[in-house]
Design a protein around this ligand. Structure first.
Ligand code: ATP
Ligand code: MG
Length: 218
């Protein structure tokens, strides 16, 4: 069953004069890794903004668990259903790895055992307790991305979306991060959606979608 489905979605920014996305229909299931590729400007980040409810679509349908996204409580959706990982990690550099994950739990109203849960999540992505207690700016890029993945899991969402998550990392570290995403999909039944320019990342996904360049407004 699809956890998320886009049906004939077209999108134009308010100040734009052409469609950034035109008639997109993609379906996503839990337990799989998806790669979305396409040239710069083809609308990949825009697509993730629509999926995460940051931008509102007006044409077509986005269906989450059988419900139209525009009709559900987007604050709840964003703090329960979807976790986000960025290319530049977007952690708070002066806090420790552990504090970054716990803070996300606080923001998203997780009440119990925050510290224990955060330590466990960090261990699952390969951050031991010594590193968990280190300030993020003293971790390597690959380690910071592991922390960002742990943070995205802090409220146990069904869907993880990642925008160029390995764009700042070397090939070997990219493979380590892909191993984590693949395990999240295949062992923890998450739906992982990764925007990428990397052929290596796309080759490790279960399904690859490509965005073609948009057409001009008629
Ligand atoms: N907030 C915005 N307001 C207006 N136009 C935008 C906005 N964000 C993006 N765009 C435009 O939408 C188009 C698609 O941008 P988007 O960032 O989705 O592309 P992308 O595929 O992620 O590119 P890249 O691979 O370079 O990250 C571009 O022409 C961009 O200028
Ligand atoms: Mg982008």
């Amino acid at each position: 069953m699809n956890v998320l489905e886009l049906k004939n979605v077209s999108y134009m920014y308010d100040d734009g004069n052409e469609y950034v996305l035109k008639d997109i229909s993609f379906a996503f299931e839990k337990g799989k890794v998806y790669a979305i590729k396409g040239r710069s400007g083809s609308g990949k980040t825009t697509l993730l903004s629509l999926i995460s409810g940051l931008e509102k679509y007006k044409i077509g349908n986005i269906i989450y668990q059988g419900k139209e996204l525009n009709a559900i409580n987007l604050d709840y959706y964003r703090s329960h259903s979807i976790g986000i990982v960025f290319q530049s990690f977007n952690l708070l550099p002066h806090l420790t790895a552990l504090e970054n994950v716990v803070l996300s739990m606080e923001i998203n109203h997780i009440k119990e055992n925050k510290k224990e849960k955060a330590i466990q999540l960090l261990e699952e992505v390969g951050i031991d307790q010594t590193k968990a207690n280190r300030r993020v700016l003293k971790l390597s890029g690959g380690e910071q991305q592991r922390v960002a993945i742990a943070r995205s899991l802090s409220y146990n969402p069904d869907i993880i979306i990642a925008d160029e998550p390995t764009g700042n990392l070397d090939h070997e570290t990219e493979n380590d991060i892909m191993e984590i995403f693949t395990e999240l999909a295949h062992k923890q039944n998450k739906c992982v959606i990764i925007v990428t320019h990397s052929k290596n990342v796309a080759s490790q996904a279960d399904i690859v979608f490509e965005l073609k360049k948009s057409s001009k407004r008629k």
